[in-house]
Design a protein around this ligand. Structure first.
Ligand code: ATP
Length: 303
């Protein structure tokens, strides 16, 4: 698999404290990588190292397959970022603010209209930024980070402090970017619900360590609510349930019921008993995604 970002044993120590420890982050091309972890887990420190803003204590960062230490300028030319709350000249318009940055990047003037269009701020390009809502300011920050047409966009908690409609706007905007512009995105958050709604790949960090990294589907598998039956001859037992129209799934010798009402469970159990199967266990596997996340970060359990 091609990784846009790949860190090897990335470590940052402040005095005796490890803010980031042996982190192996892998971000495949075209993904929205949700970088999730409680406050103080080491997300911002990691992001600062990815952007060459902070020197690692140990380990390496590869972006676009190249070592950040050796190809820093070339790499950063193709990266966009929004790390802290963007600062603007409040008395200047959105267009004028972007124009100041455009000159630094040396991109054509036409790019300003393009980035305003991408973040849906074309209508207010000539309005002064001081009148903008926080959500609009944040979108302007994303517009600025897109000026150099980055292949990788890094956003540190971009929805922090926004109201629900502002959050939805940013979310929809971010979701469009890989599809329409082929970008790869790293978005950090301490909110699982946020990452759940936007990310395609998830990396969970706790106390500086990566404790989970996989697709969002895999993460959801861990937290499915299930009612599972352990029986003898599970394959046959499962077929007998299906034959009676009881919806069930068979995985590694364990039957999971779709219908989990008391009535539904009683019916399935009765049917199996009547057909002569031995039921060893009926168990509820109840873990919400939130529980899974909390448990993982509390125990630092590597899944
Ligand atoms: N410049 C610094 N000097 C000393 N300690 C630091 C410094 N920057 C971060 N830390 C410590 O490193 C740890 C990780 O902090 P970091 O800001 O990376 O976490 P985070 O996951 O981004 O959290 P948040 O969402 O609160 O920003 C924390 O314990 C923090 O106190």
């Amino acid at each position: 698999m091609e990784y846009i970002v790949e860190t090897k044993k990335l470590t940052k120590r402040f005095g005796k404290e490890y803010a980031v420890a042996d982190l192996e982050m892998k971000i495949p091309r075209g993904e929205i990588y949700g970088f999730l972890g409680p406050n103080g887990a080491g997300k911002t420190t990691t992001i600062r190292m990815l952007l060459g803003l902070m020197k690692p204590t140990a380990g390496s960062v590869q972006v676009f397959g190249k070592d950040l230490r050796k190809d820093r300028i070339n790499i950063l030319n193709k990266v966009g970022s929004l790390v802290e709350n963007p600062s603007y000249y409040p008395h200047l318009t959105a267009n004028e603010n972007l124009e100041a940055l455009r000159k630094i990047y040396g991109v054509p003037k036409t790019r300003i209209a393009e980035v305003l269009e991408i973040v849906r701020l074309s209508d207010v390009g000539n309005k002064k930024v001081k009148g903008f809502s926080l959500g609009m300011k944040q979108r302007l920050g994303i517009a600025a980070s897109l000026l150099n047409s980055p292949e990788l966009l890094i956003l540190d908690e971009p929805t922090n402090g926004l109201d629900p409609s502002g959050i939805i706007e940013i979310r929809n905007l971010i979701k469009r970017l890989p599809k329409e512009y082929g970008m790869t995105i790293l978005i950090s958050s301490h909110l699982l619900s946020e990452i759940d709604q936007i990310a395609t790949t998830v990396g969970i960090v706790s106390k500086g360590k990566m404790i989970f990294q996989d697709s969002i589907e895999t993460m959801r598998l861990y937290s499915k609510q299930k009612l599972v039956l352990k029986v003898n001859d599970s394959e046959k037992a499962w077929r007998s349930l299906i034959a009676k129209g009881i919806k069930a799934e068979l995985e590694e010798g364990i039957i999971s019921l779709f219908e989990q009402s008391d009535k539904g469970v009683a019916m399935a159990v009765r049917s199996l008993v009547q057909d002569g199967y031995s039921i060893y266990r009926v168990e509820e596997e109840k873990r919400s995604l939130e529980d899974t996340f909390l448990q993982m970060t509390a125990e630092e359990k590597v899944l």
